[in-house]
Design a protein around this ligand. Structure first.
Ligand code: NYM
Length: 212
């Protein structure tokens, strides 16, 4: 079936504003690919299970304060601590569906006013996604969905800035998907895009590093 052990897995990232549907679409994708017999895992950043992740989690829930640069570097460190495992998984044929990645890192920090280039620098050398699925939703629409909790960043005004910052990050690996469609329609589109990507990786598309 083309799922031979020689071929590598795909690095697929979901990005978007808070409440854009990334998390539920990620788990739908996982189930779909598992159902097809693929070796696949669902990851998310921040990964709150590590020591660095716990510092991030405490910051997000307003239990600790950190300078904007400091928290930016912690988010980045949280990806770096998973980089080698990520590479091993991909090289041994496992596809990774990743809920948020470096683009969240840059978009959320530059929305606070930190420079783009400064924000991107610590991400250089992390693995570049083969596909970025951007769930596109207007900040006002996302806010209407409710469920903005008490975490940092979950405010309409700030999400507007994040949306603008995401826009300058689009590159060839991005597919923009309208996140206001019915859930099943979005699901179908994501499935097609991911299968196509997995196929390209199986055929030998090389792994690359950010930012490429
Ligand atoms: N976030 C996430 C960042 O500010 N920088 C990052 O590098 C990453 C990965 O953390 N509002 C922000 C975006 C979210 C928050 O993520 C927590 P989630 O997906 O809501 O658990």
């Amino acid at each position: 079936s083309g799922c031979n052990s020689e071929s590598r897995g795909a690095l697929v990232v979901l990005e978007g504003l808070d409440r854009s549907g990334k998390t539920s679409q990620s788990s739908r994708l996982l189930k779909y690919l598992e159902g097809l017999g693929h070796s696949v895992e669902l990851w998310r950043f921040p990964d709150r299970s590590t020591n660095v992740g716990q510092m991030i989690s405490s910051y997000l829930s307003n239990k600790s304060q950190l300078d904007d640069h400091t928290i930016h570097l912690l988010f980045s460190a949280n990806r770096w601590e998973k980089r080698s495992l990520m590479e091993t998984k991909l090289k041994t044929g496992t596809t990774l569906i990743v809920d948020r990645y470096s683009y969240s890192g840059v978009a959320f920090s530059s929305a606070k006013g930190l420079g783009d280039e400064w924000c991107k620098a610590p991400e250089i050398g992390l693995l570049a996604p083969d596909l970025v699925l951007y769930l596109d939703i207007q900040p006002e629409k996302a806010a209407e969905r409710g469920g903005y909790g008490d975490e940092k960043y979950e405010q309409l005004e700030f999400q507007r800035k994040v949306a603008q910052c995401y826009q300058v990050l689009h590159d060839a690996s991005w597919k923009i998907v309208d996140a206001c469609q019915p859930i099943e329609d979005i699901e179908k589109q994501l499935q097609e895009l991911v299968l196509e990507c997995i196929m390209a990786c199986q055929k030998g598309k090389p792994l690359a590093n950010l930012w490429s």
